[in-house]
Design a protein around this ligand. Structure first.
Ligand code: MN
Length: 765
């Protein structure tokens, strides 16, 4: 709102002398407003701020041609009068535009007025700079969000900003039309809801009315005209309506002020729009307010006594009773509302409240601490905390405010809430799992899913602004490598990597013990050379790798047996095997065989899980990831030229598609029963969203069946639960067994195998 060019004088034509007089007149009016909290020291501070501001802005004018200093004086007055703040805020308001628009520096202000005033002005300058210089609307919203963030520093920054905006709206006539519209839109979209949120109802109403005036001037003028036209009639109606009430209240010995309450233009327009009705049909066009002069302990009783007196006289509409006294609104608003049928069948809205309640309703909670503004005042701090709490509170009605913005905010940061209402700042794109790690890394490591706004979601769920997130954890959960795909924060990723390493170390160690034990059963000469030979023969990268696979059940012990043989025979047998397995049979004399000696040689490659055409063959294959076949399934192999064969389940759609769209013919394959490899299989569950269901499921999998679970994820909708589990299984028999047991878990209604694995699911799992 800065205008340095005096040539744009519009309606301002005072002489320099008259201007000085006008300035000091306005300053005295400000002091009058501040009187309740003015002592000598405060007066001096305000005087000094005023002088500094006058000097700093001395060459500047508003668009209207007025001296610029009018603006900070008026903002300071609104800050004191309408918002109820004290000296610190008044000083900051007087200086609010100096750092941005004049030569005055923050250091000078800090020097003169101390750290608190300087920080408030810094906050205001930051917001203002961000606000005015940005052009696109997403940036605007981002800046607005930043402004909300400054709440954490000092609530007074926001309150002075609102006063600033109010004065700018009051003087918007002098701006060019396109700017008018933009500023009006911001006001109705951002500032009015903010004022509402802070309980500043008067400011909110005025901001909304002023915004409407510029956004829909025709409608505004129309309603204003109709209000004007009907004013005399309405005033008379209200006067007559009040008479019997006044008598009753007086004879009851209560002191009260009763006044007609003008409805704001914007609230009338909102009603007309919402209910699709004409001006004449807005039924609580008639509204009165009864303000009781009651001592604090009697407030509530007196309000209800007045309610009783009113309803003796007029019939209340039972659907319109609102008791904000027993349960004040989160922004501190207290009042008793009712709507009664007045004469001529007209509804009249009545608000009943004490003077104290009225102060709070008009000026927000600041009214409580209006006259206490010393630095570090615990009461003011308490209020600031209250406002912050308000903004952070997760109750549905308090979320309305956040809701207004959360869909529109294109921010790099988002805000989410814990179940207890704690606000967490996360970067956009963060998942539920990220949040678990944000709360505590141990919680992250045990996370199995989350409830977002009371619905179960998988841990890969991408958080949205305003989500309330409850992290679900289980002691048996362990991180898996897929997690790295949907973790956003480096901290969480590192923690998962670290945990995976630890897991691997544990598995490797367990595998080492088992492997060496078994190996010693096969040969007495276990030494490093032998171990290296086995590593090499089995194609592992290191001994650690080998141990790891041993624990995971992925070691082909026939291959190990083979590696134990003298080198010459080993290579010979290998070559021969590829030509003729019977020759290999003859040449290979495996030493120290166990009871299975007799068929050991037959199964040279016998531990390979899949055979082609009913025979063991040394062929390269992989199990299709679309259908995840496991032993026991009917399978087919689909060869791909130059690549490994892909083993599908016979009923797999993908195999049918591949089959029917290429020239490849399926190869008959079957499982080798001797194979000792575990297969990753997916199981889905459905049930009721029961508290114990997850622990019931995991208990079956790990405690009863001792299975290696890779992941579990849960989602729910409307009280129904859906889980997906990835687990390592030997064969279809184990799968049937597992599914049978899972069906018995309380709350589980349906269990099935995941027939077709979506690629995305695999990551989600
Ligand atoms: Mn300003």
């Amino acid at each position: 709102m800065v205008e340095n060019n005096p040539s744009s004088l519009v309606a301002w034509s005072l002489s320099a002398e008259e201007e000085v007089k006008e300035i000091s007149k306005r300053y005295r009016s400000l002091l009058k407003t501040c009187r309740p909290f003015l002592d000598k020291g405060n007066r001096k501070l305000i005087r000094r701020a005023f002088e500094l501001a006058v000097d700093a802005h001395k060459d500047m004018r508003r668009k209207s041609g007025e001296p610029y200093i009018f603006h900070p004086i008026e903002v300071a007055r609104i800050t004191a009068e309408d918002i109820g703040l004290g000296t610190t805020a008044v000083v900051a308001a007087l200086l609010h535009d100096t750092v941005e628009d004049t030569d005055l520096t923050l250091a000078e202000i800090e020097n003169e007025f101390g750290n608190i005033v300087a920080r408030i002005i810094e906050g205001l300058t930051k917001i203002s700079g961000l606000y005015n210089k940005s052009s696109d609307s997403s940036q605007q919203l981002e800046n607005f969000r930043k402004m909300l963030l400054t709440l954490a520093d000092d609530i007074r920054v926001i309150l002075i900003k609102l006063a600033d905006r109010l004065h700018n709206m009051r003087t918007l006539d002098n701006m060019p039309q396109d700017k008018q519209l933009k500023i009006a839109h911001e006001t109705s979209y951002l500032f009015a809801p903010l004022a509402h949120r802070l309980g500043l109802y008067n400011i909110k109403s005025e901001l909304e009315d002023l915004a409407l005036k510029y956004i829909e001037p025709g409608i505004y003028r129309n309603i204003a005209r109709k209000l004007q036209e009907t004013k005399v009639r309405r005033d008379r109606y209200i006067r007559e309506f009040i008479v019997p009430l006044q008598q009753k209240i007086e004879s009851a010995g209560l002191k009260a002020e009763i006044k007609g309450r003008p409805k704001s233009i914007s609230s009338i327009w909102n009603k007309m729009k919402k209910q699709n009705i004409d001006f004449e049909e807005v039924y609580d066009l008639f509204a009165i307010r009864i303000i009781l002069d009651s001592p604090l302990p009697l407030e509530k009783t007196d309000c209800w006594r007045v309610y009783a007196l009113i309803t003796d006289q007029y019939q209340p509409n039972p659907n319109r009773l609102r008791d904000w006294i027993s349960t004040p609104k989160i922004n501190g608003y207290e009042s008793l509302h009712t709507t009664v049928m007045g004469p001529e069948g007209k509804w009249v809205e009545i608000q009943i409240r004490s003077q104290r309640m009225n102060q709070v309703a008009e000026k927000g909670l600041a009214a409580h601490w209006k006259y206490k503004d010393q630095d570090g005042d615990p009461a003011l701090d308490a209020w600031i905390n209250k406002v912050r709490e308000m903004l952070e509170s997760p109750q549905p009605n308090t979320m309305e405010f956040m809701d207004e913005f959360k869909l529109q905010l294109y921010s790099k940061e988002i805000f989410v809430f814990t179940p207890k209402g704690k606000l967490l700042k996360m970067s956009a794109g963060s998942t539920a799992l990220d949040m678990a790690f944000e709360i505590h890394s141990e919680l992250g490591l045990k996370c199995i899913g989350a409830k977002v706004n009371h619905k179960l979601v998988p841990l890969s769920y991408v958080l949205r602004n305003g989500d309330q997130v409850e992290i679900l954890s289980s002691n048996i959960q362990r991180p898996n490598p897929d997690w790295l795909q949907f973790l956003g924060t480096a901290k969480a990723k590192n923690r998962v990597r670290q945990s995976l390493k630890e897991q691997r170390r544990e598995i490797t160690e367990a595998g080492r013990v088992k492997f060496l034990q078994k190996l010693k059963g096969l040969t007495p000469d276990v030494n490093d050379d032998l171990l290296q030979r086995i590593v090499h023969h089995l194609g592992h990268l290191s001994l650690q790798d080998l141990y790891y696979d041993a624990e995971m059940g992925k070691i082909d012990w026939n291959q190990v047996q083979n590696a134990l043989r003298p080198r010459s025979k080993r290579s010979a047998s290998k070559e021969l095997a590829s030509l003729n397995s019977t020759e290999a049979l003859q040449s290979g004399k495996a030493p120290r065989q166990n009871s299975k000696d007799s068929n050991f040689e037959e199964t040279e490659y016998g531990n390979q899980p899949v055979w082609v055409d009913g025979k063991q063959t040394d062929f390269r294959y992989r199990l299709a990831s679309c259908c995840n076949p496991i032993p026991g399934d009917e399978i087919v192999g689909i060869p791909e030229p130059g690549k490994e064969m892909v083993i599908h389940r016979q009923n797999c759609v993908n195999s049918a598609i591949t089959h029917s769209t290429s020239h490849q013919l399926a190869v008959r394959t079957r499982w080798n029963k001797g194979s000792k490899v575990a297969f990753l299989t997916g199981i889905f569950l459905k049930g009721t969203d029961d508290k114990g269901i997850i622990s019931g499921i995991t208990q079956v999998i790990t405690d009863e069946m001792h299975l290696n679970m890779r992941s579990i994820t849960v989602v729910s909708e409307d009280g129904m639960f859906e889980g997906r589990i990835m687990v390592y299984l030997d064969d279809t028999k184990a799968l049937q067994d597992l599914m049978l047991r899972l069906r018995k878990v309380r709350g589980v209604l349906k269990v099935g195998r995941i027939e077709k694995m979506e690629p995305s699911l695999k990551f989600g799992l």
